[in-house]
Design a binder for this molecule. Structure first.
Ligand code: S3P
Length: 449
């Protein structure tokens, strides 16, 4: 939904120890995929633990517009009656994906091999983001796209009437591009092959297998080779969505930084393709215990027990970037409060997220008194040690939920309060953020007018 609500300025202040249980919402990536695959299966899929953030609600509305019956039964509990692979009907109106790059790119893939036209748009952030990275491979199936200059939304996609299977090497590490091609491959005859040189989050592959699609993954000298046999009949599933490690990152990092804290974050996905932040925090000296490891909904999960820790700067290698791509903003905050320098390499994909996240973090941290160096592909944060960040600034969020939550996390330990110009976008991925954090003892509130 791209209606622009009034900005919601928010402020975080130095807080006492954070204590308690932090039940973060369902995984955003898995929630989008559960709705889309449910809509492409024949029969009734049941999803529990679905993230009810605006991004996912927009995908639910889109699936209805393509003909699926999508119903909310209770909190996080959803029913999707699918129309089968190739069974989408042409939407009668524009599909508005709001703030969600994942939503729009995956849905473009899902409809690109069915003969129909769909017109996509989004909010001011999404309308700036490049769609060519998905429409280019979708054109290999025979789909056509007509967008604004630079491959921007609004954009019409005309699905292929006689799709051909595709062999495609993903040129940038992007799970959205990989997933768009695989979703398009569902309705193409024969074998669609996607090769990724660097592994990205693998929820699509896992869920395809769960829904009964013929999919194989092989690690070769060329990279990760994913082979999909087209035109399967997808079997409806029960999908239990694990809690989102990218959302968990905020209470986890806050508890590490605020002296005296100890929190428990139950049921968080520990999928190795999403684990880079946690690997990095342990290297920095974080006290995080991964308790009760188990499998839920086809994903490894654990309960995270997190205690305040004194952290030191580290270097994150380019090969780790994909597994922590959404966590660099909050890592930059942790790095600012650590002792020594943290160097994040291979991070240029951050420039095409909901905002240019390198620029947004660099400018906001500088305003809070932190020294930053950056180039196109690198972010360097000069840590000021525990209690060392001056704060006392209002940081621009640029319609980016993770930038907002990162600076509010910083405000809990900076010497002066840290504000954000707009906390509204937090609702795209973590609607209960403010309540959850204040429940742990954080001082985060709407800034008084
Ligand atoms: C996502 C993939 C990543 C990530 C995004 C979710 C997904 O984007 O940043 O938040 O669900 O596939 P890219 O594919 O652009 O790296």
């Amino acid at each position: 939904m791209s209606a622009h609500a009034e900005p919601v300025p928010m402020t975080a202040r130095a807080s006492g120890p954070l204590r308690g249980r932090a039940e973060v919402p369902g995984d955003k990536s898995i929630s989008h995929r559960a709705l889309i695959l449910g809509a492409m299966a024949v029969g009734e899929t049941r999803v529990t633990g679905l993230l009810e953030g605006q991004d996912v609600l927009d995908t639910a509305a889109a699936m209805r517009a393509f003909g699926a019956d999508v119903e909310r039964l209770g909190p996080g509990d959803w029913r999707v009656a699918g129309v089968g692979v190739g069974g989408f009907s042409e939407p009668a109106d524009v599909i508005d994906c709001g703030n969600s790059g994942t939503g729009v790119r995956l849905i473009m893939g899902a409809m690109a091999t069915t003969p129909m036209t769909a017109v996509f748009t989004g909010d001011a952030s999404l309308r700036k983001r490049p769609m060519g990275r998905v429409t280019q491979p979708l054109s290999l199936f025979g789909a056509r796209a007509f967008g604004r200059a630079g491959g921007r939304l609004p954009m019409a996609v005309v699905g292929a009437a006689d799709p051909l299977p595709v062999r495609y090497t993903v040129p940038v590490p992007s799970a959205q591009v990989k997933s768009a091609v695989l979703l398009a491959g569902l309705n193409a005859p024969g074998e669609t092959v996607v090769i990724e040189k660097e592994a990205t989050r693998d929820h699509t592959e896992r869920m395809f297998a769960g829904f009964g699609a013929g999919i194989g993954v092989e690690d070769t000298a060329e990279g990760r080779v994913i082979t999909l046999t087209g035109r399967p009949e997808l079997r409806p599933q029960r999908v239990a969505v694990p809690r989102d490690p990218s959302s968990a990152a905020f209470p986890v990092c806050a508890a590490l930084l605020v002296p005296g804290s100890e929190i428990l974050v139950p049921g968080v996905s520990r999928n190795p393709t999403r684990d880079g932040l946690y690997v990095t925090l342990l290297e920095m000296g974080a006290d995080i215990a991964f308790e009760n490891p188990r499998e839920e909904g086809g994903e490894p999960v654990a309960d995270l027990r997190v205690r305040h820790s004194v952290l030191k700067g580290v270097e994150t290698p380019p090969g780790r970037a994909a597994s922590m791509i959404d966590e660099f903003p909050v890592l930059a905050v942790v790095a600012a409060c650590a002792e020594g320098v943290t160097v994040m390499r291979g991070v240029k994909e951050l420039r095409v997220k909901e905002s240019d996240r390198i620029d947004a973090m660099a400018r906001g941290l500088e305003a809070c008194g932190v020294r930053i160096d950056e180039d196109e592909d690198t972010l360097i944060v000069h840590g000021m040690g525990p209690g060392g960040v001056p704060g006392g600034a209002t940081c621009a969020v640029h319609l980016d939920h993770r930038i907002a939550m990162s600076f509010l996390t910083l405000g809990l330990v900076a010497r002066a309060p840290v504000s954000v110009d707009d906390g509204g976008p937090i609702a795209t991925s973590f609607p209960g953020f403010e309540a959850l954090m204040t429940g742990l003892g954080a001082d985060i509130a709407r800034t008084p007018a």
